[in-house]
Write a protein that binds this ligand. Structure first.
Ligand code: 9PG
Length: 515
């Protein structure tokens, strides 16, 4: 098969399929949104709807026909791939059999139409995207210990310092502090569990010979934050002058900063310089989708351009020497401005939950199967940016993952060549420690053998057990699903769930004993 292609400029390109489409590659908008080959039948709309702004492109969340952001591809009966892919932002593709339809939210875009073997088509697409957005990862991916998937937000300066010491000479390059250090999302000062301040902790990390990493969600604020209360005019609104929703998390509604507002840009610059001054060199900037949600902004520009403007401001302020991991980030608008990109939803200590996967039909909710499924469909981005599939687990304790499930996740990290974990040294036995050390030290060049099949050294790994989507619920389960979706759309129910989780977490890591 040889590659055939054409580059055109269009507002609304329509392509008649030469043969019936067998499968459609649906590509979600941001890190956590679903990317997967699906049969061409409609998919259920993920629930609850209150999370749409946080998990998908909310403008298209109710579209159940095959569609996606920036590009779409079909697999033809002879196994060839036909791609309609934009080279510009604010673009979408859907399958309207027998047509593949693209459109740009504003104006014209360049588009690639390419046909051939899947690998060749996507290599070519990546190369053309690189020309427009910036090519080739410039920094190697560091080996990271991240606090999130063991402590969640029950971190204290004391329990973190303990972990940093306990790792001894383990080959990590970065110790990254995740969510839980800040006063509130929006108020980026240390809370009372970090009485010595963030600079002291960064120095402690540096003394162990690692770089200090920090999590922030700079483009959102929770309703109760000082930032939101004092600067309501900095937040994106709709045409009726109401604040747009950036979703719901931490038991609260989230709002989106307007990255085109000059005062917001000044504030973002200061924030980035502040965390650099504290001594953090690895920045995991999260919930970034908020900068590109639909709404009215100070500067009248397309939403993904507004986002890119915000990213440019932050990149410039943090400096080129910082390592910037973009998370919860719209994929194409982040290219060329970050060093690494999260390419799937969060992992969790569970493979798949019946409630989330079947009843809510939500492929963006944390879980190992969801994380592998979406990441596997974004590996072709590797020539453009370091790709982060989230952390792996080596510990048998603290999760319900079976050996082979943990192994598949570890293999995904090997394929991405991005190695991170949240395992706690005090919870690993000797065998697990040895396996983790070997994982961090090994150098394997992965080779793709099939759509979801990779060769890693002497092993051939088939990721298909993580690829399938669940069948939509029927009968009694469908009734259960309706009730649950209704319930999960109420903020009181989400708050209850949040406080329940927090209570369980506080019992596991009591703040008093670890302060
Ligand atoms: C900290 C976490 C971790 C994690 C990030 C992000 O509701 N949701 O669907 C949802 C998805 C992801 C998420 C939180 C909520 O996690 O990906 O690594 O940093 O924030 O809060």
């Amino acid at each position: 098969m040889s590659l055939e292609y054409l580059i055109i400029k269009s507002h609304h390109p329509t392509l008649k399929l030469p043969q019936p489409a067998h499968r459609y590659l649906q590509h979600g908008w941001q890190s956590w949104s679903l990317a997967a080959w699906t049969d061409c039948s409609p998919l259920s709309v993920p629930q609850p709807a209150i999370l749409h702004p946080l998990q998908t492109d909310p403008l298209y969340a109710n579209e159940s026909r095959p569609h996606g952001s920036w590009f779409g591809a079909v697999e033809l009966a002879n196994g060839e791939i036909l791609l309609l892919g934009a080279l510009g932002l604010g673009t979408h593709v859907r399958l309207n059999d027998p047509y593949l339809e693209g459109w740009a939210e504003s104006g014209f875009s360049e588009w690639i139409i390419a046909r051939g073997a899947e690998g060749e088509v996507f290599d070519f697409y990546a190369q053309e995207l690189g020309r427009r957005f910036g090519a080739a990862p410039k920094k190697p991916a560091p080996r990271v210990w991240c606090s999130w998937y063991s402590f969640y937000n029950a971190i204290t300066e004391k329990n973190l310092a303990e972990v940093f010491t306990n790792w001894g000479d383990f080959p990590f390059d970065v110790f990254q502090i995740d969510d839980g250090w800040q006063e509130r999302v929006g108020d980026w000062q240390p809370n009372d569990r970090f009485p010595s301040g963030m600079a002291v902790l960064a120095e402690k990390i540096r003394q162990t010979g690692r770089k200090a990493g920090l999590w922030l969600a700079p483009l959102i604020a929770v309703k109760s934050s000082r930032l939101f209360r004092q600067h309501a005019d900095w937040f994106v609104r709709d045409e009726h002058h109401r604040f747009i929703s950036a979703g719901f998390n931490w038991g609260e509604p989230l709002f989106a900063l307007d990255t085109t507002h000059p005062e917001v840009q000044t504030w973002l610059s200061r924030l980035m310089r502040q965390v650099r001054e504290w001594g953090y060199e690895y920045l995991k900037l999260d919930f970034l989708y908020a900068g590109a949600l639909p709404g009215r902004r100070y500067g009248d520009m397309p939403r993904e351009e507004a986002y890119r403007e915000g990213l440019r401001v932050m990149r410039q302020a943090m400096g080129d020497d910082a390592f910037f991991l973009a998370c919860g980030a719209p994929i194409f608008p982040s290219l060329g401005l970050c060093d690494a990109l999260r390419i799937g939803p969060d992992v969790s200590g569970e493979w798949e939950s019946f409630r989330d996967a079947v009843l809510l039909y939500n492929p963006a909710i944390p879980g190992v199967k969801n994380a592998i499924r979406t990441s596997i469909h974004r590996l072709w981005l590797k020539t453009l940016v370091q790709i982060d599939p989230d952390v792996v687990y080596f510990s048998r304790r603290g999760n319900s993952l079976r050996m082979e499930e943990k192994a598949l996740l570890q293999h995904l990290a090997r394929v991405c060549e991005f190695r991170a974990t949240s395992d706690l040294p005090q919870r690993l036995d000797d065998e697990e420690k040895q396996a983790l050390r070997a994982f961090l030290e090994e150098q394997i060049v992965p080779r793709q053998l099939g759509r979801a099949i990779y060769q890693l050294g002497d092993e051939v790994i088939d990721f298909s057990p993580a690829i399938g989507l669940p069948a939509p619920p029927r009968g009694g389960k469908a009734v259960q699903a309706k009730i649950l979706s209704w319930l999960a759309n109420h903020t009181w129910a989400l708050r209850l769930l949040y406080w329940q989780n927090q209570r369980a977490l506080m019992m596991q890591y009591p703040p008093t004993s670890s302060r």
